[in-house]
Design a protein. Structure first.
Length: 486
């Protein structure tokens, strides 16, 4: 099919054409691979294309009877593993690292009929919120290649926005689905805790904040992905959410009148005026759709919550790096193979005590209860996706502080930029980035809807209502300059 025709199809539409016999999974894979080859020299979003799976979509166990019927899909090079495939995590240390087994979610993705045709880029270990390391790769925003995609789902954000695939894998430990979705013009849902499994290498008890998901260009594709891939593996530490009806059915109906809080003054953090203006525009649209909208701030001790989140990140990342070093037979992260900030995080966090971790968990509990109480009065919180605009490649604000040896200062700087996404991970509540806004420099800007735990369906239902009101024209109907159909 032509590139214009290709770009008009979401994953659901491509799957329907496969079921009608109008196109084959192999033809879809070949076109996606050609699309990657067309745009990747400008974007550097692809780590590897699996040419054997492009040639034979059934090779690794993709189920053509699944809902996506062979639609091509890139897996972020971090998180779920693929048996026999490389997973290098954006790091020179992990070059040549090959997985020995599929993760549980990889199996669910294949059973859903998604054909995993390659790996997309990510910052080293997913730590820095930009794949901006010239020694590995620099992933660029298809709307303007002078700007970053954000991260850590950097490559997936760029590939979906550029029309290579309509859906791609993403993960989120503090905004890594939602931030690149917001800065690239995609839809990105961080689901509630207890939706997608991270078995067999971790659990929601050990991972605490990190969760899986995807980027798409339509709400129905995100809904179909959650419906098909959700659920726990045998032996999970906690129950997994179930729903009375599939999200793909739920989103066909508008929600009732919702109580929606516009919010951006979170503790010490405020959004830039141009981004507040985009939030206000979104609020006016929701009022026209019949919802009750007003300004409100969650009654959360934000300083305590961000302190707990910082402690979690430092201790989690330190242990992640330590486990990888043990695998390599190393005692400490080599300066020539591990980025400077990750070495500092390892050094700062590796000796954390059980008492410190317990204090972190108490902070999580308190903040989760505070958000829960707020959602007794409100259905949805609407925020900007970030507090500051998308920065340029090479001058990203969250990297310029790297000369400051304080890891705590570095994380405090992060929260000043990404103020509205991390606490969803802490509280285990869903957050959805919708491509409704636009920045002064022309890049898209996401508006985030946050709901109570387990209310993922309500957020998707609201997003579907907005999508219909916009006549399906997210991003004001625009396409990025780097695009398969350009």
């Amino acid at each position: 099919m032509s590139w214009d025709e290709w770009a008009r199809h979401d994953a659901t539409a491509l799957a329907e054409r496969v079921r009608k016999g109008e196109v084959t999974p192999a033809e879809l894979a070949a076109q996606a691979a050609a699309g990657a080859a067309k745009v990747d020299p400008a974007l550097s979003a692809v780590v590897e294309v699996f040419q054997d799976v492009v040639a034979d979509p059934l090779k690794d166990g993709m189920d053509p009877a699944g809902v996506f019927a062979g639609v091509p899909y890139f897996m972020k090079d971090l998180g779920p593993t693929l048996k026999g495939r490389l997973q290098e995590m954006g790091s020179k240390l992990m070059r040549g690292n090959r997985a020995t087994a599929d993760s549980f979610l990889a199996g669910r993705i294949r059973k859903a009929g998604l054909n995993i045709i390659g790996r997309s880029t990510t910052p080293e270990f997913g730590t820095c919120s930009s794949a901006d390391n010239p020694e590995v790769y620099v992933t660029r925003n298809p709307w303007n290649t002078g700007y970053t995609t954000g991260g850590s789902s950097a490559g997936s954000g760029a590939l979906v926005a550029a029309g290579v695939t309509p859906i791609s894998h993403a993960t989120d430990g503090g905004g890594s689905i939602r931030i690149p979705a917001g800065w690239n013009g995609n839809i990105g849902l961080k689901p509630s805790r207890g939706v997608f499994s991270v078995a067999p290498y971790g659990s929601d008890l050990t991972g605490v904040v990190s969760i899986q998901g995807c980027h798409t260009r339509t709400v129905r594709d995100t809904a179909a992905f959650v419906d098909a891939c959700r659920g726990g593996a045998p032996g999970e530490f906690m129950p997994y959410w179930t729903t009375p009806e599939p999200y793909t059915q739920l989103i066909k109906r508008d929600p009732g009148k919702l109580r929606i809080a516009l919010s951006h003054e979170w503790g010490d953090y405020r959004a830039a005026p141009e981004l507040v203006a985009e939030l206000e525009k979104a609020g006016r649209l929701l009022e026209r759709l019949g919802h009750h909208v007003e300004w409100a701030v969650p009654r959360v001790d934000f300083r305590a919550a961000f302190a707990a989140q910082t402690a979690c990140y430092i201790t989690n990342f330190a242990q992640t790096i330590a486990a990888l070093m043990r695998q390599k037979g190393l005692e400490k992260p080599p300066a020539e193979l591990v980025e400077r900030m990750n070495r500092r995080i390892w050094e700062f966090g590796i000796g954390a005590s059980y008492s410190e971790r317990t204090a972190m968990q108490l902070g999580f509990n308190t903040a989760s209860r505070e958000f829960g109480a707020f959602f007794e009065e409100w259905d949805v919180i609407l925020t900007p996706i970030t507090a500051k605009p998308t920065p340029t490649v090479g001058t990203t604000e969250y990297l310029t502080i790297a000369d400051n040896p304080s890891v705590l200062d570095w994380f405090a700087n992060l929260w000043g930029i990404f103020a509205y996404t991390p606490l969803c991970n802490l509280a285990g509540i869903p957050g959805l980035s919708m491509p409704m806004g636009e920045q002064a420099h022309g890049l898209p800007f996401g508006i985030q809807a946050i709901g109570a735990q387990g209310q993922d369906g309500l957020l998707l239902q609201l997003a579907a209502q907005i999508e219909r009101a916009l006549d399906g024209k997210w991003n004001h109907g625009r396409r990025p300059g780097v695009h398969v159909a350009a």
